[in-house]
Design a protein around this ligand. Structure first.
Ligand code: C5P
Length: 402
């Protein structure tokens, strides 16, 4: 699938904040994704980054002056907004926001913003007192009410030495918002499809401080959730405990045990597809202790186990809400394809993605899988988990297009 950002055109308005230097990285990352960028550099912005740096990275002329005859002849401020798909103001200073809210058009940036007929996105940054000032907050409210998208500032140490809210959002977070904007305005192949993804390990309590878990990191499931979202799906990610960031746009439901994962997965139904990637514990402790088990008190504790519900099997055999497509995963260290085919029948799902766990799969960034369906088996090369996710998401897209 083509990158959602490829061939998009963005007009970047660089305001006068110390964080303007981050724009240079932002431009590079967007250019890597095939985005065409034109930039307006304000007088303030020019104090922090040079026109030459911006122009070299955008590979375009930088626009600075409202009354420059050549700029107006080559590209008037009206055309600057018309020729782009999105206008991003980063950094958006308190002053720029105030001028935007008031409709002031005293320089090229503010005049272009006032004349814009495209979506405007603002990434504010300033001292935390300026940010918290009722004047700034009122301006922000006005701008949002008028439909502008905010990429909120982050907390942390500010360039002025103070702590608080006011740092420019990180470049990946700004890019995620840009992606979300283009995704929401496009008709994508999985638009209108609701997909459930389970991911991560489960934890089964022994007592209030101890539990049984496994080495699953959740990375593969999270990548799949992201790849499906990028194709337009409405994704519910039921996740066991992980350290991973929720993929942008994905609805995440946190669970701890297999029984909670079962309940939340059933809660998400009906769905068009369920992708069970989680490494669910097969058993839980029958009677976990309310108190911490003491060493030496009763000798070595004997743990009594009960079987956990099988989420994949339960969803595959749903009477009323059986999703059209149910995909399971199978971690195998030998006879990978044969065991997976047997699992497909036993669980009643439609496809099995069988991973060969003889390498660094658990917790690693790569995976080597085989896709087993009723039509046969495909062997996929060893690749990054993100690439496996993309390939699987493309298969799911094809399945729903048929
Ligand atoms: O039986 P096994 O654990 O090998 O099956 C793996 C597949 O079944 C995975 O898709 C996993 O998410 C799913 N599974 C489940 N609930 C369980 C056990 C496994 O959904 N209790």
């Amino acid at each position: 699938m083509a990158d959602i950002l490829e061939n998009k055109k963005i007009l970047l308005v660089i305001g006068g904040g110390i964080a303007a230097y981050k724009c240079l990285d932002l431009i590079r990352r967007l250019k890597e994704r095939g985005v065409g960028i034109q930039a307006i550099l304000t007088k303030g912005g020019e104090q922090f980054v040079t026109p030459l740096a911006v122009s070299s990275l955008t590979e375009n002329k930088v626009y600075q002056d409202l009354f420059s005859l050549t700029d107006e002849a080559e590209m008037g401020h009206i055309r600057l907004s018309r020729e782009n798909d999105l206008i991003l103001v980063a950094p958006a200073t308190a002053d720029l926001m105030a001028k935007m809210a008031m409709g002031i058009a005293d320089n090229l940036a503010t005049a272009t913003l006032l004349a814009a007929n495209k979506q405007i996105m603002i990434a504010p940054t300033m001292n935390s007192q300026m940010w918290g000032n009722p004047a700034t907050q009122a301006n922000l409210k006005t701008l949002k009410e008028r439909g502008m998208i905010e990429v909120p500032p982050a907390d942390g140490e500010l360039a002025c030495g103070e702590e608080g809210t006011g740092r420019l959002a990180e470049v990946p977070d700004i890019i995620a918002q840009i992606e979300a904007f283009f995704l929401s305005s496009e008709d994508l192949p999985l638009s209108g499809k609701h997909i459930l993804v389970t991911a991560g390990p489960t934890h089964e309590n022994i007592d209030p401080v101890r539990y049984i878990a496994n080495h699953s990191s959740g990375k593969q499931g999270y990548e799949i959730a992201r790849a499906l979202y990028l194709r337009g799906a409405d994704v519910t990610l039921v996740s066991g405990p992980t350290n991973l960031k929720t993929p942008d746009g994905v609805r995440r439901v946190n669970v701890t045990s297999a029984r909670e994962m079962m309940a939340e997965s059933e809660n998400a139904l009906p769905v068009n597809a369920a992708i069970c990637v989680a490494a669910v514990a097969d058993w839980h402790i029958k009677n976990p202790s309310d108190q911490k088990l003491k060493k030496n008190k009763t000798g070595t504790p004997a743990l009594d186990f009960s079987e956990n519900p099988d989420i994949l099997k339960t969803i595959s055999n749903q009477a009323d809400h059986r999703p059209k497509l149910v995909v399971g995963f199978a971690a195998e260290s030998e006879n990978v394809v044969d065991y997976a085919r047997e699992k497909l029948d036993r669980k009643g799902c439609d496809w099995i993605v069988a991973n060969d766990i003889s390498g660094d799969v658990m917790g690693g960034d790569h995976n080597q899988v085989h896709l087993i369906t009723n039509d046969g088996a495909e062997d996929w090369p060893h690749m990054a988990k993100a690439a496996v996710a993309d390939k699987l998401a493309d298969k799911i897209t094809e399945y729903f297009e048929d």
